[in-house]
Design a protein around this ligand. Structure first.
Ligand code: AMP
Length: 300
């Protein structure tokens, strides 16, 4: 138990389930670190840790996180949306973390000549580590299939003759291609999500407040990642044109420069992807001293 400032009474420290290894774990650590909630482990292989002294982390397999959160073993968790949907448990999504982007797709052997789902014959055997989502998908499109559950490396199954098609995760599609498989359809788009079990009819309690604060902290970091803070000295006479180039969050901030003469300083938040073009446009308007920095957090 601990005293929570602003709440005024003691609440148990919330437990957050995080992936212990695999694709998502590094990105999850980086995000919590950037939000000031870096994991302080007791040892290299610790199964739990303090997250910035605010939360307790438990490190478990990404596949197990939906169950742990749904059963109340953890108050919240971070895992792939594909795993949340496959679990079939009732869980609430609090935040899309925008990494671990992949899709669950149906694929068939290149040599089969099959290019779309409609060309599948009879009741094809489907090798997959996602039996629930696969069954649901084929039921929805009105196709009879036989599910062959595998725990991984489904892409080899058609070559071994134990399945006709596969349902598997991919991000670039290259694993399918390397294994001589052609994608036929997408079942689900996935990214890593922060999840919790649905609260009893809209209860506003200390747990909800702590989770809201966590969402705000993580969201501010995610939002800032593809933004940059840009400062430039701008000829006063060109301010109107500069406004078109630099919309900022609420229009650029204009600051007087001591002895700046005909120049003023302009500060604005710009998208990282357009910084290159923005700088060229500002240069063309006679701007000088252009400075671009990363933003740690952005809360509108
Ligand atoms: P892990 O088994 O621990 O590596 O975690 C697998 C999770 O990472 C999946 O359930 C997805 O949510 C996510 N992921 C992201 N990209 C991919 C990909 N290309 N292939 C498989 N999983 C991916």
């Amino acid at each position: 138990m601990r005293d929570t400032p602003g709440i005024g009474y003691a609440v148990p420290m919330l437990r957050i389930a995080l992936p212990n290894k695999g694709r998502l774990s590094e990105d999850v650590h980086e995000l919590f670190n950037d939000a000031g909630l870096g994991a302080r482990m007791a040892g290299d292989r610790a199964l739990s840790a303090s997250l910035g002294g605010e939360f307790e982390a438990i490190f478990v397999r990404a596949q197990d996180i939906p169950e742990f959160v749904a059963d109340g073993a953890a108050d919240a968790g971070v895992t792939g949306w594909d795993l949340v949907c496959e679990s079939g448990r009732e869980l609430e999504q609090l935040l899309d973390m925008e990494f671990g982007r992949c899709r669950l797709a149906v694929a068939a052997r290149e040599e089969s000549g099959i290019e779309s789902i409609d060309q599948l014959n009879g009741s094809p055997r489907v090798a997959t580590a996602f039996p629930r989502l696969s069954r649901e998908y084929f039921r929805r499109i009105g196709r009879q299939v036989e599910i062959v559950p595998v725990s991984g490396a489904a892409e080899i199954a058609p070559h071994l003759g134990i399945a006709d098609i596969v349902v598997d995760l991919t991000s670039t599609g290259s694993t399918f291609r390397i294994n001589g498989l052609r994608e036929l359809a997408t079942i689900l788009e996935s990214t890593a999500r922060l999840i919790t079990a649905p609260a009893a009819s809209g209860a506003r309690d200390a747990k909800k407040e702590a989770l809201d604060a966590l969402v705000m902290a993580l969201a501010s970091v995610i939002r800032a990642r593809d933004k940059r803070y840009l400062m430039a000295n701008v000829p006063r006479a060109k301010l109107e044109q500069v406004r078109d180039v630099l919309p900022g969050l609420k229009g650029p901030t204009v600051v007087d420069i001591l002895d700046g003469g005909s120049y003023v300083a302009v500060h604005a938040v710009v998208s990282a992807g357009s910084v290159y073009r923005t700088i060229s446009a500002l240069k063309a308007l006679g701007c000088e001293g252009i400075l671009v920095t990363r933003i740690e957090r952005l809360t509108p």
